[in-house]
Every structure is written in structure tokens, then in C-alpha cells.
Ligand binder design. Structure first.
Ligand SMILES: C[S@@+](CC[C@H](N)C(=O)[O-])C[C@H]1O[C@@H](n2cnc3c(N)ncnc32)[C@H](O)[C@@H]1O
Length: 244
């Protein structure tokens, strides 16, 4: 069984990850477009960006008009790298564990985002409870995750009738896994969970589902990985903490 101990951590690959994004990453371009598309009104909002990494989505949220954006990540190395980027006013970074958000008060944010982070965090229920707690009643939570159907551990790519395709085995086998690709993001490991597990956990945590998205590849990703013109690379959703 693969465990978090037998491979690189996010801090170990933080410098590499920052270089990947600085060079222009098709998956990340598509993820951020999906995230911003799910948030109808970031203008003037106070937003917590969970598992912010080097701050790609954090900066995009500030650029889209959020009044205050706080990026939070468990990795000190990621937070350090995030602070090296030019940042618009109103943006700051805090090192903390998304499963507790111990450094944040209750009901302090209008919105919370998590771009490509939920599948990297071991305790999904604890994380969703923390998000619910730090959101104001009526606040929204927008997520983008690797699409569990197509980025599953047993996914294999192939050409079928001249088009890129993916076959999947073991979809129901929820577990921690690592990609064996030495240049892949998922060599840092992630938790495979089914789509139903994510949606049921959100509902169980008290959120109301408002919108979902399965984005087609943006221009850069379509060039880098044409497979994602055929199947979605990501699954996105916006949920809301009900008023009262
Ligand atoms: C794939 S990166 C995504 C970073 C960023 N959101 C982006 O889109 O580039 C996943 C991030 O999750 C962070 N992470 C993993 N477990 C965490 C936890 N328990 N609390 C906060 N951040 C965590 C990692 O340190 C890493 O920066």
C-alpha cells in the first residue's frame, strides 16, 4: 500500500511546482478558468483560498476583484514561494492545515476556494467542517478537483479509432496513491475518491449544491494534452452554506 511517507512531499517538490506554473501549465490554466467561472460574484468579497500552493488561484481571485484574499497552505515552502510573486493589494498568505484552520475565526469569509487541493488532503470531512465554520452564513465554497473518473489511479491512456482515450479500472477503490511519472504533479500523492464521495460529503457537511462543471481543455491544455478535449480533466462545484 502506498503511504504519504514513501515519496516526496509538497514541500519537497514546491520549487519544481512553482517553475512548472511560471512556465505556463495547461491544466492549471483550465483549472483557474473553471474556478473563476464557478464564482459568479468575487467582486468585493473576502475570500480564503485553501491549499493555495504558490498562489496561482489566490492571485487570480484578487485580479478578479476580491477585496481581501488569504491564501492558506500547510507547506511552509509553498507559502514562501507564493510570497515571491508580485501580488495585488489585499492579498496575504498564512501557513495552516486546512483540516482545522486553527488560525482562522468563525464566519470570517464570504467565500472559500480550493483549486486542485481537496484530493491532496487526507481528512475530507474535517476539511469541509472547517470550511463551513469559517464561512459566513450564505457564503459560497468553490472547488476544482482532478476528475475522479479520468485521473483515477487505474487510468491508462490509449488511441482509439485515431483519437486519444482513457480506460479506467478500480474506480471504486478509494485510496492514497502516487503517480510513477517522475515529472508528474501527482508524484506527491493524492487521495482517490469517487464523485459520489465528494458530493455526499459536501451535502453531509451542511452545504447546498448550486453548480457543477466539467471543463473542456483551455487552449494551452488542448495543445499540451489533446486527451482533455475528449474527456474532462477536472470536476468543479460551487456549494453554499445556507443562511441562518
Ligand atoms: C496541487 S497543489 C495546488 C496548489 C494551488 N491551489 C494551485 O492550484 O496551484 C496542492 C496543495 O495542497 C497543499 N496541501 C496538502 N495538504 C494540505 C493541508 N492539510 N492543508 C493545507 N494545504 C494542504 C499542498 O501543500 C499543495 O500546495
Amino acid at each position: 500500500m502506498t503511504t504519504a511517507a514513501d515519496g516526496p512531499s509538497w514541500s519537497d517538490i514546491a520549487t519544481w511546482y512553482d517553475g512548472l506554473l511560471r512556465a505556463g501549465s495547461g491544466p492549471h490554466e483550465t483549472a483557474t478558468a473553471c474556478l473563476l467561472g464557478l464564482i459568479s460574484q468575487p467582486t468585493g468579497a473576502e475570500v480564503l483560498d485553501l491549499a493555495c500552493g504558490q498562489g496561482l488561484a489566490t492571485r487570480a481571485l484578487a485580479g478578479a476583484g476580491a477585496r481581501r484574499v488569504v491564501g492558506v497552505d500547510a507547506s511552509a515552502a509553498m507559502i514562501e514561494l507564493a510570497r515571491t510573486h508580485d501580488s495585488p493589494p489585499g492579498l496575504s498568505y498564512v501557513q495552516d492545515d486546512a483540516q482545522r484552520l486553527a488560525r482562522f475565526d468563525d464566519a470570517g469569509f464570504d467565500g472559500v476556494t480550493c483549486q486542485l487541493g481537496l484530493m491532496d488532503i487526507p481528512d475530507l470531512d474535517a476539511t469541509l467542517a472547517s470550511v463551513h465554520r469559517v464561512l459566513r452564513p450564505g457564503g459560497w465554497f468553490a472547488i476544482v478537483i482532478g476528475h475522479p473518473c479520468f485521473l483515477a489511479p487505474g487510468a491508462l491512456t490509449a488511441m482509439v479509432a485515431g483519437r486519444p482515450a482513457v480506460t479506467v479500472t478500480g474506480y471504486f477503490d478509494e485510496r492514497f496513491w502516487r503517480s510513477t511519472n517522475p515529472n508528474g504533479v501527482r508524484r506527491a500523492g493524492n487521495h482517490h475518491r469517487t464523485v459520489s464521495t465528494y458530493l455526499n460529503a459536501l451535502v453531509r457537511s451542511g452545504f447546498r449544491l448550486e453548480a457543477v462543471d466539467e471543463p473542456i481543455a483551455g487552449p494551452l491544455l488542448a495543445r499540451q494534452q489533446p486527451l482533455y478535449r475528449e474527456v474532462p480533466i477536472f470536476f468543479g462545484a460551487r456549494v453554499r452554506r445556507p443562511e441562518g
